[in-house]
Design a protein around this ligand. Structure first.
Ligand code: FAD
Length: 388
């Protein structure tokens, strides 16, 4: 006989754990089923950047609501999430000045601590940065980065203390549907019946949708990152930054600096591909670019490089909410930026499932219905597509 659960969540990444945390807080007993181990997917490879600067309002609102968790993690969740405040700089070329100004105004209207600063200010905050091309930048003094593995563990631990269950090493191989309604899932470890099933399977979400007979435009997205040992004399830290002119982001990690690139992130690959090594050519391109922004990095040395896979959608915004058979929900398609928003997305999804509508932030614009209705999410003041 199948084991029964209130809700089955497929995938033990930060999103599965956050949803379980919020459902358990509301008195439900969700079951998270993970094919491998907690944080084995994108979450375990995430760069963990925690900033609110987006060129789309809902994402900024989600990041700001989530920031309240990162800043106050012990009281809100328990355990720790490894949040380190470094300050965050959004650097853009002169052609994006109007968009930068408009986005900072939007952030300030939400209540996010964000301000426009001059190139001279950037030099004072980050003396190692080359700033000749920077006239203005956006600065978030409160932002930084967190440790995605610790955050996910803490969310799942708190969820379990409130009645959630976690089954690891159990791939979901089937979704049971009767009369247009979800009835449960089949796994390598047996069947679990539940009236609600949530797809939080990251880069595998398209495959899980197929088990439910759901066909949506979800692809896989590959992203490599590199860690460099900073040279002596560069200072013990530096702000985190998205460097739009060089299509790169970077942040400190102790005495290391983590670097990721916005271009050449392939889509459509199997998420089972090798992630222990970065793709050929990535490290050379990343070193060239970080040395353009931080010339002293010429004296640095490579520590390590690897990759990871997330799910991506055509407009690069997540798919959230009910879709397909009754009781089937999506929390996937985070398109490479889903760590920093996970706490609030979990809260919103718990509200959507239990109350019929999200309240913390209105995420209904991220419903997968938008693709068949021909109204993809549109950035209000875009710099460029994040990934290309
Ligand atoms: C290299 C990299 C760097 C990133 N940097 C940042 C960043 O700086 N800031 C940021 O906000 N975001 C970042 N992201 C994006 C962010 O990490 C992801 O959006 C987020 O972690 C997605 O979490 P998730 O829980 O949806 O997916 P995942 O963490 O991928 O979890 C999905 C889980 O589902 C499991 N699963 C799949 N199929 C099945 C099945 N059939 N049965 C059971 N379990 C299954 C998988 O094993 C996996 O553990 C980055 C992503 C990558 C790859």
């Amino acid at each position: 006989m199948a084991t029964t659960a209130d809700i089955v969540i497929i995938g033990g990444g930060v999103h599965g754990a956050s949803l379980a945390f919020h459902l358990a807080q509301r008195g439900l007993a969700p079951l998270v089923i993970e094919k491998s181990f907690l944080g084995a997917g994108a979450t375990g490879r995430s760069s963990g950047l925690v900033r609110m600067h987006y060129d789309q309002r809902t994402n900024s609102e989600l990041a700001w609501a989530s920031f309240q968790y990162f800043r106050d993690w012990k009281a809100r969740v328990g355990g720790h999430c490894g949040f380190v405040r470094t300050g965050f700089l959004q650097l853009v070329g002169a052609e994006h000045m109007d968009a930068l100004r408009a986005n900072v105004e939007m952030h300030q209207a939400i209540g996010i601590p964000s301000l426009l600063i001059s190139g001279d200010d950037v030099r004072r905050l980050a003396p190692s940065f080359s700033t000749d091309d920077i006239v203005w930048a956006a600065y978030e003094p409160e932002s930084g980065y967190a440790d995605p593995a610790s955050a996910t563990n803490a969310l799942m631990t708190a969820a379990r203390q409130n009645g959630a269950r976690l089954v690891q090493g159990a791939p979901v191989t089937g979704i049971q549907i009767q009369g247009g309604k979800v009835k449960g899932v089949e796994t390598s470890e047996g069947a679990f019946s539940a009236p609600i099933v949530v797809n939080a399977a990251g880069a595998w979400a398209g495959r899980v949708n197929a088990l439910a007979g759901v066909d949506l435009p979800l692809d896989t997205w590959r992203h490599d990152t590199m860690f460099v040992v900073r040279p002596d004399g560069m200072g013990h830290t530096h702000p985190a930054a998205i460097d739009d002119p060089h299509e790169m982001y970077f942040r400190p990690e102790g005495e290391l600096t983590l670097v990721g690139l916005e271009d050449s992130n392939p889509t459509g690959e199997s998420p089972e591909s090798d992630t222990d090594h970065a793709k050929p050519g990535f490290v050379e391109r990343a070193i060239e670019r970080i040395c353009l922004r931080i010339p002293a990095m010429e004296g640095g040395s490579l520590h390590s490089a690897h990759g990871g896979y997330d799910g991506i959608t055509p407009d690069q915004y997540p798919m959230l909410g009910p879709y397909g058979p009754d009781g089937y929900f999506l929390e996937c398609g985070f398109s490479g930026t889903g760590f920093k928003t996970a706490p609030a997305v979990g809260a919103c999804m718990a509200e959507w499932i239990l109350d019929g509508a999200p309240k913390t932030v209105d995420i209904t614009g991220f419903s997968p219905m938008r693709f068949e209705e021909g109204r993809p999410v549109v950035r209000e003041h875009p710099y460029q597509q994040i990934w290309h």
